[in-house]
Design a protein around this ligand. Sequence first.
Ligand code: A3P
Length: 274
Amino acid sequence: DTLEGAQRPAHQKHQKRRLPQCLIIGVRKGGTRALLEFLNLHPNIAAEKKEMHFFDDEVNYNRGLEFYRKRMPYSYEDQVTLEKTPAYFVEEVVPGRVSAMNSSIKLILILRDPVERAISDYMQIYTTRHERGKTHETFENLAFDAMTGDVNKSYKAIRRSIYHRHMERWLEHFPLHQFHFVSAENLVQNPVEELRKVEDFLQIDHRLTQDHFYFNQTRGFYCMHLQHRQKCLAPSKGRAHIPIDQDVIYKLREFFRPHNQEMYELVGMNFGWP
Ligand code: A3P
C-alpha cells in the first residue's frame, strides 16, 4: 500500500523479513490503526498489519524471536519495520521483554483524552456483545463503585486510561528520548502535521503529504488515497459513542485531572485534555 512502486535501484532490491525497529505500543482506542495505516503509505516504512501480540502472549513469546521475525513483512534495507499491538502499553511483562530484544528500539505511543478513550474502550466491548445478542452492563455501572460512588479503578477501561502508571513502568526500561508521543486528537484533525513529527522521529524523509489524504464527510474522518483507489478504516473505527450524562463526565474528568498532570510531567508534554 505504499504510493510508490517498487522502482528501486538494483542494490536496494533485496527484501527480507526483519525484526521491528519501531513499535506502536498503544494506547488501545487511541487511533493506533489509523496511525499504522497512515505510516504504511510511506516508502520507507514496512508495517505489519496484524497485531502480533508477541511480547504479551506467553505462547507467542516462548516461540522465540525467529518466530516473530518470520511474521514481519518483507522490507528493504532503507525501510523501518513497524508493528503495533496496543496491549503492549499496559501488560507488565512487555517492557523488559522488548528491551531484551532491542534496547535501542523506537517506541511510539498515541494518547487520547482518557475519558473519551475509556468510553471508546467500553463501546468496543459493548458493540461486540450487542452484535452477539448479549446484554452488557451500562458504562456508569462499570465505571463507578455501586457502594461508594467512587471511580472504579479496577475496571479495565479506567485502568488503561491512567497513563502515567503504565508509562512509569516503561521508563524503568527505556529512556524518554526513545519514545515519541502522538496526540490522538491532532492525528484526527491534522494527520499530516502529526505524521511529519513521526517522520522526524524515525529519521525518514517527509513524504506523507496532504495528497495522501482526503476528508470523508460521511465518516467524519480522514481517509487515504491509495494508488488506484481510496481507503477508509473499517466501520468499527470511529463508532458513535453512547450518550453519557454530563455529571458522569464531570466526575471522570475530576478523577483523571491529577493523573493527566502526572503524565504531562512524566513525558514533558501537555496534551491539553479537558
Ligand atoms: P472511536 O471509535 O472511539 O471513535 P484504535 O485503532 O486504536 O482502536 O482506535 C480507534 C479510534 O481511532 C477511533 O475511536 C477513532 O476515533 C480513531 N481514529 C483516528 N483517526 C481515524 C480515522 N482516520 N478513521 C477512523 N478512525 C480514526
